[in-house]
Design a protein around this ligand. Structure first.
Ligand SMILES: *Cc1c(COP(=O)(O)O)cnc(C)c1O
Ligand SMILES: [Zn+2]
Length: 404
């Protein structure tokens, strides 16, 4: 049995095909490339029970991942994050079956570890020695750390406003790190020039085909954790949208394998009101988004003014009867506190945005009371210590407490 059932790369726009044995970035036509697997053959050789008997990390799905030689796997034990019921929060929102898929519980503290684990492993397999990428912080942190483990040199450019801890993660890993006084789109332009000039491997979102394969495993895990009976709604905080495209891809692959049946969950792209290009495109029933000028949000991971895979995000939302929703900036931190106070989880602002979106969609009746709803928390609240403003009484040495 081969370790991977990868067959080829294909372009979702012009249908061109490429070999997974050579380095490829975008298609000739400028579109991201996606990975195809020989699912017909895999169907006869793998069952859900086989997968369930393996180690609880994302490599348990190795047949559906692009790394062909297990020797090339670069792993810190990522994946199989908890799926947790949120009964008190659900009760308050009037959603009986509200769950959180908690991606804070993963190496590097954000789900970017999934993309980095698979992306860096495949880069190693392809003989990459040096890669470069723009980032809003978490991806740079994860790729820097995994690259160290793989003996690959990483060059990272991030906005100077990105969470400070992610900067430290890149630096401690020994990456070649730069800050830019601008947005991720500005960082992207600078990285693009260096890549052209120096011939580096471009690890930008969707400019290499494998990061999405790592993120796809969130969809595989959700299906497995629900015993292959899917939830009704999955909400995802959408920046580049790779996770959402990945979840959609994963569910379609499981469907082709015959492991899941029926309608796919309605996928919801959650954005913040001051950076909502996908939501605007969805409202206008467009197939692509436009650049969102002067974007800003405390949920830094979703501050992406124009996503290269926007057409794939929109396709996933349209094809699952999902929706796209922009949440109030001022309410994100309030929701973050609610989740901590009711359920004991300190989630990241991006994750809080998904709960806020669930709340809004329930109020509007788009989510029904008895539906099963999964909100993705994409990272640890601990990575963003400054989002929470607190006032703590300071005592004199001989001070005393006030009874409450
Ligand atoms: C990157 C990031 C996102 C957005 O992920 P995409 O798949 O690029 O849309 C959401 N939350 C956090 C914490 C992130 O780091
Ligand atoms: Zn193409």
């Amino acid at each position: 049995m081969p370790f991977s059932y990868v067959s080829h790369l294909y372009c979702p726009k012009c249908k061109n095909e490429y070999s997974p044995k050579e380095k490829h970035q975008l298609c000739e036509c400028g579109s991201p490339l996606l990975v195809a697997y020989d699912l017909e053959r895999l169907k006869d050789n793998l069952s859900p029970e086989d997968v369930q008997s393996r180690e609880p990390n994302l490599w348990r799905y190795h047949e559906l991942l692009p790394v062909e030689d297990p020797e090339n796997v670069v792993s810190l034990g990522e994946g199989m994050t908890p799926l947790i019921k949120m009964p008190k929060l659900g009760k308050e929102m009037n959603i009986q079956n509200l769950y959180m898929k908690d991606e804070g519980i993963i190496p590097t503290g954000s789900f970017k570890a999934r993309g980095a684990a698979v992306g860096v492993s495949k880069a190693k397999e392809l003989g990459v020695e040096q890669l470069a990428m723009p980032t809003n912080g978490n991806a740079g942190a994860a790729w820097s750390l995994y690259s160290s483990r793989a003996d690959i040199k990483a060059t990272v450019v991030m906005p100077k406003d990105a969470p400070v801890i992610t900067r430290n993660e890149c630096a401690v890993a020994g990456a070649d790190l730069y800050l830019v006084d601008g947005l991720i789109s500005d960082a992207g332009k600078i990285v693009g020039e260096a890549i052209k000039a120096w011939g580096l491997y471009d690890a930008s979102t969707l400019k290499e085909p494998y990061r999405i394969e790592g993120k796809k495993t969130m969809g595989l895990e959700i299906a497995e954790q629900f015993s292959w009976n899917l939830p009704d709604v999955i909400l995802y905080p959408t920046g580049g949208g790779v996770g959402l495209i990945g979840i959609y891809k994963a569910l379609n692959e499981l469907k082709e394998l015959g492991w899941i049946k029926g309608d796919l969950p309605r996928l919801v792209a959650v954005q913040a009101e001051n950076c909502a290009p996908i939501v605007k495109a969805w409202n206008e029933r467009k197939q692509e988004s436009e650049f969102w000028p002067d974007s800003s949000t405390i949920a830094f991971g979703i501050n992406v003014p124009k996503a290269i895979g926007d057409f794939l995000v929109l396709e996933a939302v349209y094809n699952t009867n999902g929706c796209a929703i922009a949440v109030d900036e001022d309410k994100i931190v309030e929701e973050q506190k609610k989740v901590a106070q009711l359920e004991g989880s300190f989630i990241c602002p991006e994750g809080a945005a998904t709960f806020l979106a669930a709340r809004r969609l329930r109020e509007e009746g788009w989510i029904k009371e008895n539906e099963t709803v999964v909100a993705l928390n994409t990272g640890l609240g601990v990575k963003y210590p400054n989002t929470v403003d607190i006032e703590v009484p300071i005592l004199e040495r001989n001070g005393s407490l006030t009874k409450k």
